[in-house]
Design a protein around this ligand. Structure first.
Ligand SMILES: O=P(O)(O)OC[C@@]1(O)O[C@H](CO)[C@@H](O)[C@@H]1O
Length: 313
């Protein structure tokens, strides 16, 4: 059983536009809605890979119910406090010709300390049922800055493997607790370590966790464990959208570790899941049939640590 946390779910809406001009009325020519928020995507991908899933989130108003019911219809067990404030909408502006995918991220409802306590208590209650835990995405306003750190500490004490994907101060605080696996993208790594190379970022990150996963867009995944580096890439043509592919990659990592696959097979499944999301129009979703085909196309390189120049604070 994999427990996925999504503190700030969303309705992700693709809005198609022919043009986009600030200060003008712009017509949306087509709109599509999907259940979203990083942890919701992870949970849906894990369910598609035929693992049992629990999903813990804050569910706000009718929009929150819509996301929750969508997940329940896929067999996902949903938990977490209900809020009066509505779950956010994240807009992904799409255009065939005019611009690249442009995201407008809602900030979501504001939670109280009682709401956070309720979330934390539910986490403690369901933790014994989980074999491993994914924690990903932002927190709603009002959450403590060490929200993930508190939950990582609880999960570590219970001996559960954590797969963490977050940014900023939540990440800094959580790293102090040494989560099992940390997943960041290259951009976040550059900010964190002032280092350009994804390999070096992964080695630096690996000082604070057992497995460090750094994604670099089309350049794939750099996965470091101790002195060992795996670089895995899955070349795909006709990328529809990369939004949500990091979430699907995280789902692949958690599922592969949970199945106790060897490290190369972990990297292979993870990048195939990320690529499977890119080729389909459904935002943040993947199909197992695509994953099986893409797994065979994954290119893997294994090497040992050479030199890391920066030091980690
Ligand atoms: O604000 P967060 O939670 O960090 O990220 C939100 C988000 O960008 O992440 C998903 C794509 O990865 C989308 O569902 C959503 O728009």
């Amino acid at each position: 059983m994999i427990l996925c946390l999504c503190p700030n779910p969303s309705i992700d809406m693709y809005a198609w536009l022919n043009t986009l001009q600030a200060g003008q009325a712009n017509s949306i020519t087509k709109e599509e809605r999907f259940p979203g928020g990083k942890g919701v995507h992870v949970a849906l991908a894990v369910a598609e890979l035929e693992e049992q899933v629990m999903l813990l989130g804050f569910w706000g108003g009718p929009t929150g119910q819509w996301v929750k019911e969508n997940c329940e219809s896929k067999g996902i067990e949903c938990y977490g406090p209900e809020l009066k404030d509505w779950t956010r909408t994240c807009l992904i502006l799409k255009s065939d010709t005019y611009f690249d995918d442009t995201e407008l991220l809602g900030s979501g409802p504001t939670i109280s300390s009682a709401d956070f306590e309720s979330f934390r208590n539910t986490f403690i209650q369901i933790l014994p049922k989980a074999d491993c835990i994914t924690m990903s995405g932002s927190w709603p306003k009002g959450a403590p800055v060490d929200a993930y750190a508190q939950l990582v500490s609880l999960a570590n004490k219970a001996g559960k493997k954590i797969f963490l994907d977050c940014a900023g101060e939540q990440l800094n605080q959580a790293l102090i607790q040494k989560p099992f696996s940390v997943h960041i993208n290259r951009r976040e790594g550059q900010k964190l370590f002032e280092e350009e190379s994804p390999e070096q970022i992964a080695f630096l990150l690996a000082k604070q966790c057992t497995y460090a996963a750094v994604t670099a867009g089309a350049d794939g995944l750099y996965l470091v464990a101790g002195d060992e580096l795996i670089h895995a890439q899955c070349p795909v043509e006709d990328v529809y959208s990369a939004v949500g592919s990091g979430d699907c990659l995280l789902a692949g990592l958690a599922v592969a570790f949970n199945r106790e696959l060897d490290i190369q097979a972990v990297a292979q499944l993870a990048v195939a899941c990320g690529a499977a999301n890119c080729i389909r129009p459904e935002l943040g979703l993947l199909y197992q049939s695509d994953v099986e085909i893409l797994k065979k196309q994954v290119l893997i390189n294994k090497s040992a640590k050479t030199s890391v120049t920066n030091s980690v604070s």
